[in-house]
Design a protein around this ligand. Structure first.
Ligand code: MF3
Ligand code: CO
Length: 285
């Protein structure tokens, strides 16, 4: 058996995909707990505690905490924060547009198996937010599902970026709604580590991109903004904001490419609802 080379893609057996499903179901329960707890007045640090408790109760471990020194179990990015918002004493306000990026790993067969997924929501419910913010989150979620659907029939990882661009372009024409695609933060392979090859870009790439193969697990995670897609990182070296102050939304799922089709590991229903508009039925484990 050769060693995994740096740019080699880790292909999972079906048992290993089942281990990853367990990690991703922990991530799904973090999402559920955060959705319930993200009320006006609650601080993002309190929400990190909610996440930490869910991970601990599940007997899992945090893959975010300590990752290159990251100080929390979840990234909470409010309004013009694009990604990697560090939980702090900011109290959520009604109408805030907030993305929650969550992860956990479990151990099996002497290895770590990682889960990673994100969602965006409006504090106080959809009706508390602006139409603009609802659209931004909805289009980002649509771009994610279109990209997941594309991997069911596509031949290379590049189909993800093509699908994201296609959704953004169609919404610009049909709804007159312009969104920016953030290019600096991208999806990735996942498995025995949180971030592995291949890179999963959210824009079309000319030229070569890795072949989609059964056994691959990738995180598909478009990030869209309502204005310019240019970002800047604050002096804490984590918090990423839009340069023009426009808001951002981020959706992510961990997706297994299997011989029989795709399986959305971080969706409790395996992606059945999200994929139905594309005429696809996900594989169940
Ligand atoms: N989960 C993020 C991603 O989607 C990475 C978070 S890294 C952390 O790739 F250090 F901020 F936790
Ligand atoms: Co990710």
């Amino acid at each position: 058996m050769g060693r995994l080379r740096r740019n080699q893609i880790e292909l999972k057996t079906i048992d290993q995909v089942r281990h990853m499903r367990r990690a991703d179901m922990v991530v799904a329960s973090i999402h559920q707990a955060l959705r319930a707890a993200a009320k006006p007045g609650v601080t993002t640090a309190q929400l990190d505690e909610v996440s930490a408790r869910v991970i601990e109760k599940a007997g899992a471990k945090s893959n975010f905490l300590g990752y290159y020194g990251y100080p929390a179990t979840v990234c909470i990015s409010v309004n013009d924060t694009v990604v990697h918002g560090i939980p702090n004493d900011y109290a959520l306000r009604e109408g805030d547009l907030v993305s929650f990026d969550c992860g956990a790993y479990i151990e099996a067969d002497g290895k770590q198996w990682h889960g990673d997924a994100a969602f965006t929501t409006i504090v106080g419910g959809d009706s508390a937010g602006s139409e603009e913010d609802r659209m931004l989150s909805a289009i980002t979620e649509e771009a994610m599902w279109a990209a997941i659907a594309a991997t069911a029939t596509g031949s290379t990882v590049g189909c993800v970026g093509d699908a994201v661009e296609e959704v953004v372009a169609r919404r610009a024409v049909e709804n007159g709604w312009e969104a920016g695609i953030v290019e600096e933060f991208i999806g990735h392979g996942i498995g025995t580590k949180m971030h592995m090859p291949p890179d999963v870009l959210n824009y079309s790439v000319r030229g070569r991109s890795p072949k989609l193969q059964p056994g691959m697990v990738i995180c598909i995670e478009p990030i869209l903004t309502r204005g310019s897609a240019r970002t800047r990182t604050l002096s804490d070296d984590w918090t990423v904001k839009t340069v023009d102050g426009s808001k951002a939304a981020h959706w992510e799922h961990s997706v297994a490419i299997l011989p029989e089709g795709v399986c959305v590991l971080s969706a409790p229903d395996y992606g059945a609802k999200g994929l139905a508009p594309y005429g696809l039925i996900p594989v169940r484990l």
